[in-house]
Write a protein that binds this ligand. Sequence first.
Ligand code: NAD
Length: 261
Amino acid sequence: MTLCSKSAVVTGSTSGIGLAIARALAKEGANVLINGFGDPHDIEKERAGLEAEFGIKAVYSPADVSRPDQIAGMVHEAQEVFGAVDILVNNAGIQFVSPVEEFPVEKWDQILAINLSSAFHAIRAALPGMKARKWGRIINTASALSLVASPFKSAYVAAKHGIAGLTKSVALELATHGVTVNCVSPGYVWTPLVERQIPDTMKARNMTREQVINDILLEAQPTKQFVTVEQVAALAVFLCSDAASQITGTNLSMDGGWTAE
Ligand code: NAD
Protein backbone atom coordinates (compact mmCIF):
# COMPACT_ATOMS: atom_id res chain seq x y z
CA MET A 1 0.00 0.00 0.00
CA THR A 2 2.17 2.81 -1.27
CA LEU A 3 -0.47 5.42 -2.09
CA CYS A 4 -2.60 5.45 1.08
CA SER A 5 -2.57 9.20 1.57
CA LYS A 6 -3.26 9.98 -2.11
CA SER A 7 -6.35 10.62 -4.20
CA ALA A 8 -6.73 10.09 -7.92
CA VAL A 9 -8.97 11.12 -10.79
CA VAL A 10 -9.00 8.63 -13.66
CA THR A 11 -10.97 9.69 -16.74
CA GLY A 12 -12.58 7.01 -18.88
CA SER A 13 -12.41 4.44 -16.09
CA THR A 14 -15.71 2.60 -16.46
CA SER A 15 -14.03 0.21 -18.91
CA GLY A 16 -10.76 -1.17 -20.25
CA ILE A 17 -7.42 0.41 -19.37
CA GLY A 18 -8.88 3.20 -17.21
CA LEU A 19 -10.80 0.74 -15.05
CA ALA A 20 -7.67 -1.36 -14.57
CA ILE A 21 -5.68 1.75 -13.58
CA ALA A 22 -8.39 2.86 -11.11
CA ARG A 23 -8.42 -0.62 -9.57
CA ALA A 24 -4.62 -0.76 -9.34
CA LEU A 25 -4.41 2.67 -7.68
CA ALA A 26 -7.18 1.70 -5.23
CA LYS A 27 -5.29 -1.51 -4.44
CA GLU A 28 -2.35 0.67 -3.43
CA GLY A 29 -4.63 2.60 -1.06
CA ALA A 30 -5.51 5.67 -3.15
CA ASN A 31 -9.01 7.14 -3.16
CA VAL A 32 -10.32 7.18 -6.72
CA LEU A 33 -12.81 9.13 -8.76
CA ILE A 34 -13.99 6.98 -11.62
CA ASN A 35 -15.50 8.52 -14.75
CA GLY A 36 -16.99 7.43 -18.04
CA PHE A 37 -20.16 6.12 -19.59
CA GLY A 38 -22.00 2.86 -19.16
CA ASP A 39 -24.87 1.11 -17.42
CA PRO A 40 -25.53 3.00 -14.12
CA HIS A 41 -26.08 -0.30 -12.32
CA ASP A 42 -22.73 -1.73 -13.43
CA ILE A 43 -20.92 1.51 -12.60
CA GLU A 44 -22.38 1.66 -9.09
CA LYS A 45 -21.44 -2.00 -8.57
CA GLU A 46 -17.87 -1.21 -9.61
CA ARG A 47 -17.69 1.91 -7.40
CA ALA A 48 -19.07 0.15 -4.33
CA GLY A 49 -16.82 -2.85 -5.08
CA LEU A 50 -13.71 -0.66 -5.06
CA GLU A 51 -14.62 0.68 -1.62
CA ALA A 52 -15.44 -2.76 -0.23
CA GLU A 53 -12.43 -4.55 -1.71
CA PHE A 54 -9.73 -1.97 -1.03
CA GLY A 55 -11.08 0.08 1.91
CA ILE A 56 -10.73 3.37 0.06
CA LYS A 57 -13.22 6.07 -0.91
CA ALA A 58 -14.50 5.85 -4.47
CA VAL A 59 -16.80 8.31 -6.22
CA TYR A 60 -18.23 8.31 -9.71
CA SER A 61 -18.52 11.33 -11.99
CA PRO A 62 -20.56 11.09 -15.20
CA ALA A 63 -18.69 14.10 -16.64
CA ASP A 64 -18.46 14.12 -20.43
CA VAL A 65 -14.79 14.98 -21.03
CA SER A 66 -15.59 16.55 -24.39
CA ARG A 67 -17.07 19.37 -22.24
CA PRO A 68 -14.52 21.66 -20.50
CA ASP A 69 -17.07 22.85 -17.90
CA GLN A 70 -17.86 19.26 -16.90
CA ILE A 71 -14.16 18.41 -16.59
CA ALA A 72 -13.58 21.35 -14.23
CA GLY A 73 -16.66 20.27 -12.24
CA MET A 74 -15.34 16.70 -11.95
CA VAL A 75 -11.91 17.81 -10.68
CA HIS A 76 -13.52 20.19 -8.17
CA GLU A 77 -15.81 17.43 -6.97
CA ALA A 78 -12.80 15.17 -6.30
CA GLN A 79 -11.03 18.01 -4.47
CA GLU A 80 -14.14 18.55 -2.30
CA VAL A 81 -14.73 14.89 -1.51
CA PHE A 82 -11.11 13.76 -1.04
CA GLY A 83 -9.52 17.07 0.01
CA ALA A 84 -7.04 16.90 -2.89
CA VAL A 85 -6.28 15.51 -6.32
CA ASP A 86 -2.73 14.14 -6.20
CA ILE A 87 -2.88 11.85 -9.23
CA LEU A 88 -4.55 12.68 -12.52
CA VAL A 89 -4.84 10.01 -15.19
CA ASN A 90 -6.09 11.41 -18.51
CA ASN A 91 -7.21 8.20 -20.10
CA ALA A 92 -10.63 8.66 -21.76
CA GLY A 93 -10.42 8.04 -25.46
CA ILE A 94 -12.38 6.98 -28.50
CA GLN A 95 -11.45 5.74 -31.96
CA PHE A 96 -12.94 6.16 -35.41
CA VAL A 97 -11.66 4.48 -38.56
CA SER A 98 -12.29 6.04 -41.98
CA PRO A 99 -10.44 7.25 -45.07
CA VAL A 100 -9.49 10.88 -44.43
CA GLU A 101 -11.60 12.37 -47.24
CA GLU A 102 -14.69 10.65 -45.81
CA PHE A 103 -13.84 11.31 -42.17
CA PRO A 104 -16.93 12.97 -40.60
CA VAL A 105 -16.03 16.47 -39.41
CA GLU A 106 -17.94 16.01 -36.15
CA LYS A 107 -15.94 12.81 -35.44
CA TRP A 108 -12.67 14.69 -35.97
CA ASP A 109 -13.82 17.39 -33.51
CA GLN A 110 -15.03 14.80 -30.98
CA ILE A 111 -11.79 12.80 -31.06
CA LEU A 112 -9.63 15.90 -30.66
CA ALA A 113 -11.85 17.05 -27.76
CA ILE A 114 -11.91 13.70 -25.91
CA ASN A 115 -8.44 12.31 -26.69
CA LEU A 116 -6.46 15.57 -26.48
CA SER A 117 -8.16 18.76 -25.24
CA SER A 118 -9.72 16.99 -22.23
CA ALA A 119 -6.21 16.42 -20.82
CA PHE A 120 -5.43 20.14 -21.10
CA HIS A 121 -8.64 21.08 -19.28
CA ALA A 122 -8.15 18.51 -16.50
CA ILE A 123 -4.50 19.48 -16.00
CA ARG A 124 -5.50 23.16 -15.71
CA ALA A 125 -8.04 22.32 -13.03
CA ALA A 126 -5.87 19.92 -11.00
CA LEU A 127 -2.54 21.72 -11.15
CA PRO A 128 -2.93 24.56 -8.62
CA GLY A 129 -3.52 22.03 -5.80
CA MET A 130 -0.61 19.82 -6.88
CA LYS A 131 1.72 22.82 -7.02
CA ALA A 132 0.58 24.05 -3.61
CA ARG A 133 1.29 20.60 -2.09
CA LYS A 134 4.52 20.22 -4.11
CA TRP A 135 3.53 16.70 -5.18
CA GLY A 136 1.63 15.42 -8.14
CA ARG A 137 1.53 12.73 -10.78
CA ILE A 138 -0.04 13.31 -14.19
CA ILE A 139 -0.27 10.30 -16.48
CA ASN A 140 -1.71 10.59 -19.97
CA THR A 141 -2.72 7.45 -21.83
CA ALA A 142 -1.23 8.03 -25.26
CA SER A 143 -0.64 5.11 -27.65
CA ALA A 144 1.91 3.57 -29.99
CA LEU A 145 0.08 5.88 -32.41
CA SER A 146 1.63 8.85 -30.57
CA LEU A 147 4.94 7.74 -32.09
CA VAL A 148 4.04 6.15 -35.42
CA ALA A 149 1.02 6.42 -37.69
CA SER A 150 -1.56 4.08 -39.10
CA PRO A 151 -3.81 4.74 -42.10
CA PHE A 152 -7.52 5.57 -41.69
CA LYS A 153 -7.01 6.89 -38.14
CA SER A 154 -6.11 10.50 -38.91
CA ALA A 155 -7.89 12.11 -35.95
CA TYR A 156 -6.69 9.52 -33.41
CA VAL A 157 -3.07 9.71 -34.62
CA ALA A 158 -3.16 13.53 -34.58
CA ALA A 159 -4.64 13.60 -31.07
CA LYS A 160 -2.18 11.03 -29.70
CA HIS A 161 0.84 12.81 -31.22
CA GLY A 162 -0.63 15.96 -29.65
CA ILE A 163 -0.87 14.44 -26.20
CA ALA A 164 2.76 13.35 -26.36
CA GLY A 165 3.72 16.98 -27.04
CA LEU A 166 1.45 18.32 -24.31
CA THR A 167 3.06 15.86 -21.88
CA LYS A 168 6.57 17.10 -22.64
CA SER A 169 5.66 20.77 -22.44
CA VAL A 170 3.79 20.53 -19.12
CA ALA A 171 6.54 18.29 -17.66
CA LEU A 172 9.10 21.02 -18.29
CA GLU A 173 6.86 23.68 -16.72
CA LEU A 174 6.46 21.58 -13.57
CA ALA A 175 9.95 20.11 -13.29
CA THR A 176 10.80 22.02 -10.10
CA HIS A 177 7.36 21.65 -8.49
CA GLY A 178 7.42 17.97 -7.48
CA VAL A 179 4.90 17.14 -10.20
CA THR A 180 5.81 14.58 -12.86
CA VAL A 181 4.03 14.35 -16.21
CA ASN A 182 4.38 11.30 -18.43
CA CYS A 183 2.50 9.38 -21.03
CA VAL A 184 2.14 5.65 -21.37
CA SER A 185 1.89 4.31 -24.88
CA PRO A 186 0.37 0.86 -25.21
CA GLY A 187 0.26 -1.04 -28.44
CA TYR A 188 -2.93 -3.07 -28.97
CA VAL A 189 -4.70 -3.92 -25.72
CA TRP A 190 -7.77 -6.16 -25.97
CA THR A 191 -10.53 -3.78 -24.77
CA PRO A 192 -13.93 -2.68 -26.12
CA LEU A 193 -12.16 0.18 -27.98
CA VAL A 194 -10.19 -2.33 -30.06
CA GLU A 195 -13.10 -4.72 -30.54
CA ARG A 196 -15.34 -1.92 -31.79
CA GLN A 197 -12.92 -0.84 -34.54
CA ILE A 198 -12.77 -4.29 -36.12
CA PRO A 199 -15.95 -3.97 -38.27
CA ASP A 200 -14.89 -0.58 -39.71
CA THR A 201 -11.36 -1.83 -40.37
CA MET A 202 -12.85 -4.88 -42.14
CA LYS A 203 -14.78 -2.45 -44.34
CA ALA A 204 -11.94 0.04 -44.93
CA ARG A 205 -9.45 -2.72 -45.82
CA ASN A 206 -11.85 -5.29 -47.29
CA MET A 207 -10.76 -7.99 -44.84
CA THR A 208 -12.34 -10.66 -42.61
CA ARG A 209 -12.39 -10.34 -38.80
CA GLU A 210 -9.59 -12.93 -38.46
CA GLN A 211 -7.48 -11.08 -41.05
CA VAL A 212 -7.91 -7.80 -39.15
CA ILE A 213 -6.89 -9.42 -35.83
CA ASN A 214 -3.91 -11.35 -37.20
CA ASP A 215 -2.73 -9.30 -40.20
CA ILE A 216 -3.36 -5.78 -38.85
CA LEU A 217 -3.53 -5.79 -35.06
CA LEU A 218 -1.13 -8.52 -34.02
CA GLU A 219 0.98 -7.97 -37.12
CA ALA A 220 1.96 -4.59 -35.63
CA GLN A 221 3.36 -6.19 -32.48
CA PRO A 222 6.51 -8.29 -32.88
CA THR A 223 5.59 -10.32 -29.77
CA LYS A 224 2.31 -11.32 -31.54
CA GLN A 225 0.44 -10.84 -28.27
CA PHE A 226 -1.99 -8.23 -27.01
CA VAL A 227 -0.86 -6.04 -24.09
CA THR A 228 -3.06 -6.58 -21.00
CA VAL A 229 -4.88 -3.83 -19.11
CA GLU A 230 -3.20 -5.01 -15.90
CA GLN A 231 0.26 -4.47 -17.44
CA VAL A 232 -0.59 -0.86 -18.36
CA ALA A 233 -2.03 -0.31 -14.88
CA ALA A 234 1.14 -1.62 -13.22
CA LEU A 235 3.18 0.93 -15.19
CA ALA A 236 0.85 3.72 -14.04
CA VAL A 237 1.25 2.62 -10.40
CA PHE A 238 5.03 2.61 -10.80
CA LEU A 239 4.91 6.16 -12.20
CA CYS A 240 3.11 7.23 -9.00
CA SER A 241 5.84 5.79 -6.76
CA ASP A 242 8.77 7.65 -5.23
CA ALA A 243 11.10 5.49 -7.34
CA ALA A 244 9.68 7.29 -10.39
CA SER A 245 10.12 10.85 -9.10
CA GLN A 246 12.84 11.56 -11.68
CA ILE A 247 10.84 10.17 -14.58
CA THR A 248 9.12 13.10 -16.22
CA GLY A 249 8.38 14.23 -19.77
CA THR A 250 8.68 10.68 -21.08
CA ASN A 251 6.59 8.63 -23.46
CA LEU A 252 6.80 5.06 -22.15
CA SER A 253 6.06 2.41 -24.74
CA MET A 254 4.41 -0.89 -23.84
CA ASP A 255 3.79 -2.26 -27.31
CA GLY A 256 5.49 -5.63 -27.70
CA GLY A 257 8.25 -4.01 -29.77
CA TRP A 258 5.92 -2.27 -32.30
CA THR A 259 7.67 1.11 -32.28
CA ALA A 260 11.16 -0.41 -32.26
CA GLU A 261 10.69 -1.38 -35.89
P1 NAD B 1 -12.53 1.57 -23.66
O1 NAD B 1 -13.49 1.85 -24.77
O2 NAD B 1 -12.55 0.24 -23.00
O3 NAD B 1 -12.67 2.68 -22.53
C1 NAD B 1 -12.81 4.04 -22.83
C2 NAD B 1 -13.34 4.76 -21.62
O4 NAD B 1 -13.50 6.15 -21.95
C3 NAD B 1 -14.72 4.26 -21.18
O5 NAD B 1 -14.79 4.30 -19.78
C4 NAD B 1 -15.68 5.29 -21.79
O6 NAD B 1 -16.92 5.39 -21.14
C5 NAD B 1 -14.82 6.54 -21.60
N1 NAD B 1 -15.25 7.66 -22.44
C6 NAD B 1 -15.43 7.71 -23.78
N2 NAD B 1 -15.87 8.93 -24.15
C7 NAD B 1 -15.96 9.65 -23.01
C8 NAD B 1 -16.35 10.99 -22.74
N3 NAD B 1 -16.75 11.83 -23.71
N4 NAD B 1 -16.33 11.42 -21.46
C9 NAD B 1 -15.94 10.59 -20.45
N5 NAD B 1 -15.55 9.32 -20.66
C10 NAD B 1 -15.56 8.87 -21.93
O7 NAD B 1 -11.11 1.88 -24.29
P2 NAD B 1 -9.60 1.56 -23.82
O8 NAD B 1 -9.01 0.68 -24.85
O9 NAD B 1 -9.55 1.15 -22.39
O10 NAD B 1 -8.96 3.00 -24.03
C11 NAD B 1 -8.53 3.81 -22.95
C12 NAD B 1 -7.43 4.72 -23.45
O11 NAD B 1 -6.33 3.92 -23.89
C13 NAD B 1 -7.82 5.60 -24.66
O12 NAD B 1 -7.25 6.89 -24.50
C14 NAD B 1 -7.20 4.87 -25.82
O13 NAD B 1 -6.93 5.72 -26.90
C15 NAD B 1 -5.94 4.34 -25.17
N6 NAD B 1 -5.30 3.23 -25.87
C16 NAD B 1 -5.97 2.05 -26.06
C17 NAD B 1 -5.32 1.03 -26.72
C18 NAD B 1 -5.99 -0.29 -26.97
O14 NAD B 1 -5.45 -1.07 -27.76
N7 NAD B 1 -7.12 -0.60 -26.35
C19 NAD B 1 -4.02 1.19 -27.18
C20 NAD B 1 -3.38 2.39 -26.97
C21 NAD B 1 -4.02 3.40 -26.30
